[in-house]
Design a protein around this ligand. Structure first.
Ligand SMILES: Nc1ncnc2c1ncn2[C@@H]1O[C@H](COP(=O)(O)OP(=O)(O)OP(=O)(O)O)[C@@H](O)[C@H]1O
Length: 298
């Protein structure tokens, strides 16, 4: 079966707070999905529901066609959550061994160390003595210990240094090649752009966009035009140009986010405005994200 995660009209209410509202989507085998959204959009709540750490107020969540807490489901998934909570009092090697013992076909110590960058020295250290970044490596190793089919990462690279971050994405890439299904949340849009096959964009507990990076960028079709304004050219004049959605000034350049760059260029030439150094580029995921989360495009 190719449907690995399904949300069917899922809502979650925390007392008065509506965290998710009528959310429906399906994640398929082998897909890498990035869940994006501003603070409080509902990303962690969605992941917690997938992991069976809480239940929906209404609607249904399934993993591999079963409820997340059904027998046999947990063995097939691994997770690295935002709160780095590892068991104090144990050495890293002991903790890894404990986790490996839960699974029928765990990854070897050597493989886990290669994948996560843990060193033989790290294995001898007590978990509570590790730095925040080192604890995240341990949590990464724990998520991979059972060689699961489905992996969840909630803001995985927060607190990782550059080397750790690079190794993390290399490992994710290797897992993608093996056909694993991966779900991660991030505030770093570049990560989502580079790694994900699919983006789910949350806003205030609802799904406002679902598609590939290319589709989401393309559906918005926002382009960026920038130029150095000559005297007399102001931001408010530029805001009147056709299809302009946003105007900013930065470092002596006026930067326009526009729906139709051809029409803007044509208008600039017709008006014979005194502008220099015109640059046109395709909108980035950041632009798409900003536009969507401001609600302008929907
Ligand atoms: N245990 C809780 N009790 C009450 N409200 C909660 C609880 N957990 C989350 N919320 C609220 O539910 C909403 C969604 O929170 P959630 O943590 O899922 O968002 P998020 O997208 O992961 O945010 P962030 O990017 O800041 O981590 C927020 O308004 C939050 O305040």
């Amino acid at each position: 079966m190719d449907d690995i995660v399904t949300f069917s009209h899922v809502s979650k209410l925390y007392k008065e707070q509506q965290a998710l509202q009528d959310l429906s989507f399906t994640l398929r085998k082998g897909e890498t999905t990035a869940i994006l959204g501003g603070n409080g959009a509902g990303k962690t709540t969605a992941i917690s529901l997938m992991l069976g750490l809480m239940t929906p107020t209404s609607g249904e969540v399934t993993l591999f066609g079963h409820t997340p807490n059904a027998r046999g489901v947990k063995e097939r998934l691994g997770a690295m959550l935002q709160d780095v909570s590892v068991m104090d009092g144990l050495k890293v090697g002991e903790l890894l061994q404990l986790f490996r013992s839960y699974y029928s076909a765990p990854l070897s110590f050597e493989r886990l160390m290669t994948l996560t960058g843990l060193t033989p020295n790290d294995l001898k250290r007590r978990v509570e003595k590790l730095s925040g970044g080192q604890k995240r490596r341990v949590n990464f190793a724990l998520a991979l210990a059972g060689n699961p089919e489905l992996l969840f990462f909630d803001e995985p690279t927060v607190g990782m240094d550059v080397t750790a971050r690079r190794l993390f994405w290399q490992t994710i890439n290797a897992l993608q090649q093996q056909g694993k299904t991966i779900v991660f949340t991030t505030h770093y849009l570049q990560e989502a752009d580079e790694v994900a096959d699919r983006l789910l964009l949350f806003k205030q507990g609802t799904l406002i966009a679902d598609g590939s990076v290319a589709t989401i960028k393309g559906s918005l079709a926002l382009h960026v035009i920038s130029f150095i304004p000559g005297s007399g050219i102001t931001c408010s004049m530029c805001a009147e140009l056709p299809t302009v959605k946003d105007v900013q000034e930065d470092d002596g350049r006026i930067i326009l986010k526009v729906e139709n760059s051809d029409r803007v260029l044509q208008a600039l030439f017709e008006k014979q405005w005194n502008v220099n150094g015109i640059l046109v580029s395709q909108g980035s995921l950041d632009v798409a994200f900003e536009t969507l989360t401001k609600g302008e495009a929907i």
